[in-house]
Design a protein around this ligand. Structure first.
Ligand code: T4K
Length: 421
């Protein structure tokens, strides 16, 4: 990435309240914020604007702006290359990509998936009249537990969707066996896992197909975008046709279709963002190293870092807070950091799908590992806009807060009861 040409906001400057010595120094209790400008999770990664505008100019001159244009084809080739698959079909977003797979496979009835995922995984299925069935995760990984997925199979089950949550690949070998044993379709929601490997192999070729997201907040963004990657020639042709109003499908199998195509503008952005993927990964990794060093040996705090024997995009850094040890709950720690202008968020999957409507009022689930993880974790800012100094400052603030966990919680309760002065 050419930094000089990549205009973006400068890294968040420290506020005058950067150093915390007493509880009164915390912005939560009226002190000065540690960050002058907000330090956010989900800030889009900056792109080389000159290159982006060149590509947009080229598309405008070319007078071909959608419907499988040359930039879209180039984007698909590069995504397939990254995923190690024969095909990539670019779409307007990942939710539509999941819709296409549900339709292309002719799924019916129930689809098993983890509840610890973004709502889109479940909504994509229920929007088409199917029933998502949620199963619990392995508490060590936060990923779908294949044994529990197997236990959830009924005669109505037509598919399983595994999710590579936070870019950590789920156990596709066990899920493939489950699918084969029961004659089910297996799809993978790889929205977070572009550029990651599983057993040294790029994420993308497991199950019948995998789906990436290129939403603005993802490691590679196309403003909005998605892609289905697969080695199945027939499936690729079918989803491509379904994404384009069903054109090209023969009369007998005519299934109608939708419009889920990627525009040339999105492909221009996606390509320019892909150009910088190594730089994004490096920046994310530097943030993760900073968090690992800055939050080391704090009782009650655990960083859920990716497996370092695999290639990873390091986009999501998740911190787990054990309130019984810290004396400070996840929600209060988030409130405290947000007051400091560090706009941390619950990670993707919190709240989990089974606690969201329309699922919550339809069926009660007992998913203890999912609920525990969703309630105890925080997503920390990463990316080129964050920088080591911001990470260091954030870690210092967290360290200070946890060192005074019980005292801080008690004071917050008293302040809360009194209400605003
Ligand atoms: N499967 C999984 C596992 C997913 O995580 C997702 C999407 C999907 C499937 C479906 O993919 P797509 O159909 O979207 O391609 C956002 C994104 O809209 C969504 O793509 C993403 N996952 C999800 C985890 O996050 P919201 O509604 O939570 O976004 P929002 O508006 O609350 O923004 C999150 C943070 O990002 C905030 O701190 C603001 C910041 N932000 C956001 C945007 C859009 C920016 O700084 N700039 C921006 O342009 O869904």
């Amino acid at each position: 990435m050419n930094a000089a040409r990549t205009a973006g906001p400068p890294a968040p400057a420290p506020g005058r309240g950067a150093l915390k010595r007493t509880l009164d120094d915390l912005a939560l209790f009226g002190g000065r914020a540690a960050f002058l400008r907000p330090l956010s999770v989900g800030t889009p990664n900056p792109v080389d604007r000159v290159r982006l505008y060149e590509r947009l100019d080229w598309a405008l001159d070319n007078q071909w702006l959608s419907n499988g244009g040359p930039l879209c084809a180039e984007f698909e080739a590069r995504v397939a290359d990254l995923a190690g698959t024969r095909h990539a079909v670019a779409t307007c977003n990942a939710t539509s990509a999941l819709h296409l797979l549900v339709r292309a496979a002719g799924l019916t009835g129930e689809v098993i998936m983890p509840s610890l995922t973004f709502a889109a995984t479940a909504h994509a299925v229920q929007w088409l009249g199917l029933t998502p069935v949620f199963c619990d995760v392995d508490p060590r990984t936060g990923l779908i537990d294949p044994d529990l997925a197997r236990a959830a199979v009924t005669p109505r089950t037509s598919a399983v969707i595994g999710v590579h949550l936070w870019g950590r690949p789920c156990d596709t070998t066990a899920l493939e066996k489950l699918a084969a044993d029961h004659g089910l379709h297996l799809f993978l929601d790889a929205a977070h896992a572009l550029g990651c490997t599983h057993g040294g192999v790029p994420v993308g070729a497991a199950g019948a197909a995998e789906v990436f997201s290129f939403h603005a907040t993802k490691v590679v963004g196309a403003f909005e975008g998605g892609a289905i990657v697969t080695d199945d020639d027939a499936l690729a042709a079918r989803v491509r046709a379904l994404a384009n109003f069903g054109k090209g499908l023969d009369e007998v199998s005519q299934a109608g279709g939708t419009n889920a195509k990627m525009s040339e503008a999105a492909a221009a952005m996606g390509l320019t963002s892909l150009d910088a993927l190594p730089a994004y990964v490096e920046a994310n990794q530097a943030c993760q190293r900073g968090y690992r060093d800055g939050l080391a040996r704090i009782p009650g705090l655990t960083l859920r870092l990716p497996d370092d024997t695999e290639r990873h995009n390091h986009q999501y850094t998740v911190l787990e807070v054990d309130e019984h040890v810290t004396g400070l709950g996840r929600d209060l720690l988030m409130e405290l950091l947000r007051a400091e202008n560090a706009l941390v968020l619950p990670p993707i999957g919190s709240p989990p799908c089974h606690l969201l409507e329309p699922y919550r009022s339809r069926q009660a689930y007992a998913l203890p590992h999912t609920e525990a993880l969703a309630a105890r974790t925080i997503s920390l800012p990463t990316g080129p806009g964050v920088g080591p100094e911001s990470v260091r400052r954030l870690c210092e603030t967290i360290r200070f807060a946890v060192a005074h966990g019980a005292e801080l919680t008690a004071r917050h309760r008293r302040t809360d009861r009194k209400g605003p002065a």
